[in-house]
Design a protein around this ligand. Structure first.
Ligand SMILES: [Zn+2]
Length: 124
């Protein structure tokens, strides 16, 4: 019933002769329009910090009025942004130089073979 009253009051801008109703109706109308804008541009809002921001905004703006365009824009906006995925390279197994059991020389830590004699070894 609150919604019905709000809609009635929003219409009250036009329908009512009572200035107080007209003011309350205007407030409700502004609220409705504001909430309507927020819901309509929700896909753009969620996509705002993503790389595809302007593509989502374009679909949202031009096709959002079709429900399917709005859903596509929202799905796109919620999609994980690939360019923001942080790829973590594994830390070096051993940063210390490795002593080759074959030639008794040191090689760079973390390597699987001797840089001096080419001997392969298994790292612990
Ligand atoms: Zn070696």
């Amino acid at each position: 019933m609150a919604e019905l009253r709000a809609m009635y009051l929003a219409l009250g801008i036009i329908l009512s002769d009572n200035p107080a109703d007209q003011i309350e109706g205007m407030i409700w109308a502004v609220l409705f329009i504001g909430i309507g804008f927020a819901v309509y541009f929700l896909p753009s809002i969620v996509a705002w910090n993503k790389g595809d921001r302007w593509s989502v905004v374009a679909i949202n703006f031009f096709l959002g009025w079709t429900l399917i365009g709005w859903v596509i824009a929202l799905a796109w906006g919620l999609k994980q942004d690939k360019s923001q995925i942080i790829v973590q390279t594994p830390a070096p197994i051993n940063a210390l130089p490795v002593l080759c059991p074959g030639c008794r020389k040191y090689s760079q830590g973390g390597s699987n073979f001797c840089s001096q004699c080419g001997m392969k070894w298994a790292l612990r």
